[in-house]
Design a protein around this ligand. Structure first.
Ligand SMILES: Nc1ncnc2c1ncn2[C@@H]1O[C@H](COP(=O)(O)OP(=O)(O)O)[C@@H](O)[C@H]1O
Ligand SMILES: [Mg+2]
Length: 234
């Protein structure tokens, strides 16, 4: 069988020390495959965001390893980890993380420009992706002028514009109406996902379950089950 796109081995992460210590992830191992859309579901506080941060090179685990396409990412030097994040990963944060002083268009173009692409070409690509998420007419506005759902769509456009190998979405449709959420996830599944890519989505949104290949359940920092996806749950 082909190597998995992402392999997490016995990941542990805690915050704080002594009395104040919270263990967010308590020994998680799983594989995400190339060509798959893997969903992670579970109650608030179960460690989903912490897990996503560790597999995408944002948050260093206390224990365990993350292997992405054969690379043990946390064994890399910090500048190589930064390069990994820029070149290989698209991340949609739960709270969007848009740059307040840039326009919507510039927010989407920034990762492309950082990859040393031509400036004008980056802006053109950014505009294409803004159009895909239905925000072309918002291109010149700063994020503060946008609604929560619009900001979420900008964050999605930014993550997919670079067509990274590994796309990680943290509750990407939480602020979107059902139709918009489904349309965007449908686009991602049909136009971005391919057999060299892998998409991991944390979500509570049963309206988009139909697009999942597998659904992994997390509770209290542990994986408690993995199911076949694709079911349309009501
Ligand atoms: N930076 C942090 N500092 C302290 N505690 C944190 C931090 N991030 C997460 N936690 C704690 O870790 C646990 C898991 O959080 P999180 O990964 O955000 O869960 P989820 O995304 O499933 O809601 C929670 O108890 C949360 O309060
Ligand atoms: Mg979370």
């Amino acid at each position: 069988m082909a190597e998995p796109a992402v392999k997490a081995n016995e990941l542990v992460k805690w915050f704080g020390e002594g009395e104040a210590r919270t263990v967010a992830v308590r020994g998680v191992s799983f594989e995400a495959r190339f060509g798959e859309m893997l969903y992670i579901v579970g109650p608030s506080g179960s460690g989903k965001t912490t897990l996503l941060s560790m597999i995408s090179g944002i948050l260093r685990p206390n224990e365990g390893t993350v292997t992405v396409e054969d690379q043990d990412i946390w064994s890399l030097a910090s500048d190589q980890i930064a390069e990994f994040r820029l070149n290989r990963v698209g991340f949609v944060f739960q709270d969007y993380h848009l740059f307040p002083r840039l326009t919507t268009l510039e927010n989407v173009a920034i990762p492309l420009i950082l990859k040393k692409r031509d400036w004008r070409e980056s802006l053109n690509t950014a505009m294409e992706y803004l159009e895909i998420v239905g925000l072309k007419d918002r291109a010149q506005l700063p994020p503060v002028k946008l609604s929560g759902g619009e900001q979420q769509r900008v964050a999605i456009a930014r993550a997919i514009a670079g067509r990274p190998d590994l796309l990680i979405f943290d509750e990407p449709t939480a602020s979107l109406d059902g139709d918009t959420g489904r349309k965007i996830v449908d686009f991602v599944k049909n136009n971005i996902l391919n057999d060299q890519r892998c998409i991991i989505i944390v979500t509570h949104d049963s309206r988009i379950y139909e697009y999942s290949d597998r659904i992994m359940r997390m509770e209290d920092g542990r994986i408690t089950g993995v199911e076949q996806g694709g079911a349309r749950e009501e």
